[in-house]
Design a protein. Sequence first.
Length: 256
Amino acid sequence: MRSSDTVLRSAYASRSLSRSAVSVQCAWAGGGSVQAVATTNVSCSGVGGIVAEATRATASGVGSIADSSSTASIVVSRLTGASSSAFAGGVAGSISYWTVANSFSDAAISFTEGNNSSSHKVGGFVGDAYTTTFTNAYSTGSITTDTHGKVGGFVGEAGRVTFNTTYAAVSMTASSSYRIGGFAGSLYSSPNQATSSFWDTSLGFNAAVGYGTLANVVGLTPADLGVASTFSGATTPWDIVGDVGLPAGNYPRLLS
């Protein structure tokens, strides 16, 4: 393993996180509590259940999240100071050059922007992702926001990202967002690719992506998501394998 590598395995977050006032300096928690920190220089803008912001300028180092979950309550509010953008996600606020496997978010996210910025990014699993691969991952829970930025059930905004066997089933109230999608709010920097990936259409969003194109992300009802064949190609078993289906609202889960 390179010294620049970061590996998070079997991480879990369950407590409340909050970012408020002018700025917060690189807050993160693995089940801990985050409070506002006054600072004049903001080096990162992310809030996440497990990772706040882990961004690399190049691919010289690779981060990894595996076998991890977040059921955190995340609150971001009153962003009226110098920070032009903020990222919030159930597992991670912002990540670049990472791999994520066998992990999920069931977080409750509240994001109140205060500065009408289109640069904010909020996602059920991750707010912002670049050059990252997700395999066997899902997001449930809820997002409530007044942001004018990008909001998605799985990711707020993504660039050069691959999704393998993933789904989003997040209840979202985001009336002010100009880019919002059941799976992703916005996509940039092609290629973005997906296989065996889905979003729950019963939650009111008819488009997978608010801006951009992502093939092979299919909208399904909860009953369709609960059919064994949906994730038949997954490399890690899901708890629907061998079942004829799950009752409405009981979404597929990764086996522990």
